[in-house]
Design a protein around this ligand. Structure first.
Ligand code: F6R
Length: 251
């Protein structure tokens, strides 16, 4: 695992965007796995800037988002569909047909996960999977207790995560109870993982995920099983790590 410590969240985002932009420029046709939340916002901002100012093209990029709330329509302002279009997709030249976000209103809750996995395989698997990390160790919406081999399926959120999400929804009662998420196994099937974290409130969980035991109680600890992980985290989030860190990008 390569651990890169950034001085602030903006620099973290710029570095993550550069890794992705280099891969797009080198290969053209790539498949990205994407996350929502507060953490990747500066990365999306920089990717949009690279598109608008430096001609980075997303015309051959395919995306798969990690997760979505069940019961929220794509145009609901709290949905991850809405987040992705307003923060990223509406500002770049990605073809609509290349965008995949799990369906929050599935007709068949069993089939929707299987179809999502089939679509990932048909696209040639995920080249770069971007991850954030929840304070309780979740990745995607794989909460503590999730199978480390799991694939895309519907799940119930933990109370801790619903309390966190209440900031966006106004109150915990308004946060949907059920979600659809790529599994830990789906994430491990990607070729390269970029995990991002910022803020002192993530320091405990970064320590647990990077240096603690690999355990269902901290699903983010699956990154220790992957052969190609780049962690880009701010200094406050990295504060409890004892692993050596590298300044690979020097910006
Ligand atoms: C979102 C997702 C979640 C978040 C995590 C951290 O698609 O998969 O696992 O990455 O909850 O959220 P933030 O970045 O808001 O702290």
């Amino acid at each position: 695992m390569l651990i890169n410590v950034a001085p602030d969240i903006e620099t973290m985002g710029i570095r993550a965007a550069r890794v992705i932009a280099n891969e797009i420029r080198n290969k053209g046709r790539i498949v990205l796995g994407l996350a929502t939340g507060r953490t990747p916002l500066p990365m999306y901002k920089e990717l949009i800037r690279l598109h608008k100012e430096e001609g980075l093209s997303f015309s051959h990029v395919t995306t798969f988002n990690l997760d979505e709330y069940i019961g929220l329509a794509a145009d609901d302002p709290h949905s991850y569909h809405h987040y992705m279009f307003s923060n990223f997709f509406n500002h770049i030249n990605i073809p609509r047909k290349n965008i995949h976000v799990p369906d929050g209103m599935p007709a068949d809750k069993e089939a929707v996960g299987i179809e999502y996995e089939e679509a990932i395989v048909k696209a040639g698997r995920i080249d770069i999977q971007v991850l954030g990390i929840g304070r309780n160790g979740h990745v995607g919406f794989n909460e503590p207790g999730s199978s480390l081999g799991s694939l895309t399926r519907t799940k119930y959120l933990s109370e801790a995560t619903r309390r966190e999400a209440a900031k966006e929804f106004g109150s915990p009662e308004k946060v949907p109870k059920e979600v659809i998420t790529m599994g830990c196994g789906s994430i491990l099937n990607s070729r390269h993982i970029i995990i991002l974290a910022s803020g002192v409130e993530k320091a405990d969980v970064i320590k647990a995920a990077f240096e603690g035991p690999i355990t269902t109680m901290c699903p983010a600890s699956i990154i220790q099983l992957h052969r190609n992980v780049t962690a880009i985290i701010t200094a406050d989030a990295a504060a409890q790590l004892t692993l050596p860190v590298e300044d690979i990008m020097g910006i």
